[in-house]
Design a protein around this ligand. Structure first.
Ligand SMILES: C[S@@+](CC[C@H](N)C(=O)[O-])C[C@H]1O[C@@H](n2cnc3c(N)ncnc32)[C@H](O)[C@@H]1O
Length: 480
């Protein structure tokens, strides 16, 4: 269904009705960034001056998060029924369900209004029809991400969204009234759900007291590397936008906030649909796949309890940093002193416990690196990890290089998607090339270590007999 939209010129009327106040700023169109907040007069926030007037004040009851959705459900019995059937799955899931319902209700032309109305039902219509995040790119545009760290992440996100939407569809169809509202005349579709997820991701903020929330009107503020404003919650729990102390904002200047200083280019593109090369950190995250022939692979994944990843970062001096806790767990085995035991609970359940050198380390699997460090063969383990990480990064770099996109976007690709994808490819190629060089240097140093040389030659007398024997000497194959 086409989304009903309202012109941004009507926002002041909505704000007035809902006690949102703008002070010396207004929301308007900006060059290349959609809507933005612009100052309507010179603003001076002198350092040390108490009670600087806020540029925007949003009452607490307009803040949208899991608690607000719950409150809303108390007033609307029909919605409560739906929330109890599908909801209470965390802030994001509950807010998305709420927004999906509001979307369906505003799209139902010619039907009598349903349920208790609320300010978000109208406010949703001021939000942009599209968000430039890759989950909303078409297939040709997503091809531009091949070989980048976002390729797998975007595919996984779309699969997860499909599963979430399927669940909502299945459970709500069992409730006659909601089946009618949501699905009968195609009021909402999977594309609507992807758009709502994109709106949520690109507009939610972390409030000091209320936590992850969507805040109407504050979400019209764009990002800048040196922002002129910041937000907080007042003593009355209102959300306020304040000018940064010591900064002056001239009439007509854009008022900006920071979306976070530690986000990578991939995270910025994934969550907000743009990369600011000045503020994005030089880092990336790659998935790590356990060895296919490792009989302990499944147990290791379960015990680790998180997605196995490699993090690579480059600091301002160009030095490369990398880390992967799972790689340490992945690269040790029974013959090294790793053991899994299934223990029986007193209540009849079963627990997977992890032992390293006969010590129960189940609660420390996410810090396996530090456990391995104290082992006499730590250099051998480190060499295995370096080799695995280097191979993963090499494979990623080869994929990135082998999928060279055209010099300019095709007719099926939007210019902005093309520009952002090219920027991401360049940033990630540079980091991966730097990482391979660093890893190769470390590998050479490790290979020269005495106990590594001895180990590889199968000459070392290994402690506790665990590291000795046929299997241990076969480990040399891992370094090929
Ligand atoms: C919280 S909203 C800000 C308001 C938004 N511009 C709108 O039209 O509603 C975040 C979105 O604004 C856009 N945006 C914010 N800062 C930007 C920037 N520095 N460069 C490009 N786009 C930006 C991105 O599309 C992002 O997903």
């Amino acid at each position: 269904m086409p989304w009903p939209t309202l012109p941004i010129e009507d926002l002041p009327a909505w704000a007035h009705l809902n006690d949102v106040t703008f002070h010396s700023v207004k929301v308007t169109n900006t060059e290349g960034k959609g809507y933005g907040v612009i100052s309507t007069r010179d603003i001076e926030a002198t350092e040390g001056t108490p009670d600087v007037p806020s540029l925007l004040t949003v009452p607490h009851d307009l803040v949208l998060n899991a608690a607000a959705v719950d409150e809303f459900a108390k007033e609307d019995r029909n919605f409560r029924h739906l929330l109890d059937a599908i909801g209470h799955r965390g802030t994001r899931a509950d807010v998305l369900l709420f927004l999906l319902v509001q979307t369906a209700l505003v799209s139902r032309h010619g039907h009598p209004p349903v349920g208790v109305s609320n300010p978000w039902r109208i406010y949703l219509q001021f939000l942009p029809k599209s968000v430039p995040v890759p989950t909303l790119w078409n297939e040709d545009e997503r091809l531009l991400l091949r070989g980048t760290s976002l390729e797998a992440a975007v595919d996984a996100k779309i699969t997860a969204l499909d599963a979430e939407f399927g669940l909502i569809q299945e459970k709500s169809s069992d409730i006659v009234s909601w089946n009618e509202i949501l699905w009968h005349d195609g009021s909402v579709s999977f594309t609507d759900y992807i758009r709502l997820d994109a709106l949520y991701r690109s507009r939610c903020v972390e409030l000091p007291r209320s936590g992850e929330s969507m805040v109407p009107c504050l979400d019209m503020t764009n990002h800048a590397v040196t922002p002129s404003a910041y937000y907080e919650e007042s003593r009355n729990n209102e959300v306020i936008l304040l000018p940064r102390p010591g900064l002056s904002i001239s009439k007509g200047d854009e008022v900006t906030i920071s979306y976070g200083d530690d986000k990578s280019a991939a995270e910025m593109l994934f969550s907000y649909g743009f990369i600011d090369p000045q503020s994005a950190t030089d880092s990336l995250v790659l998935p790590l796949t356990p060895f296919p022939d490792d009989p302990l692979a499944k147990a290791k994944l379960v015990a680790f309890g998180q997605a196995p990843q490699i993090r690579v970062a480059r600091d301002e001096n160009g030095a490369i940093w990398w880390g992967s806790q799972f790689a340490y767990l992945m690269c040790v085995n029974e013959e090294d002193g790793l053991e899994f035991r299934v223990l029986q609970d007193t209540d009849g359940g079963q627990q997977l416990r992890v032992f390293w050198q006969q010590e129960d380390v189940t609660d420390r699997t996410s810090r396996f690196e530090e456990m391995v460090w104290t082992h006499p063969f730590s250099a051998v383990f480190r060499l295995r990890v370096v080799t695995v990480v280097q191979e993963t990064i090499q494979t990623q770099l080869e994929r990135l290089r082998s999928t060279t996109p055209p010099d300019s976007p095709s007719s099926l690709q939007h210019e902005d998607c093309f520009r952002m994808a090219m920027l991401l490819r360049q940033i990630e190629t540079d980091i991966l090339e730097g990482a391979i060089k660093t890893l190769e240097e470390e590998r050479t140093l490790l290979m020269a270590k005495e106990n590594v040389v001895a180990y590889l030659a199968g000459l070392t007398e290994q402690p506790d007999s665990d590291l000795a024997g046929e299997e241990a000497s076969n480990e040399a194959d891992d370094f090929s």
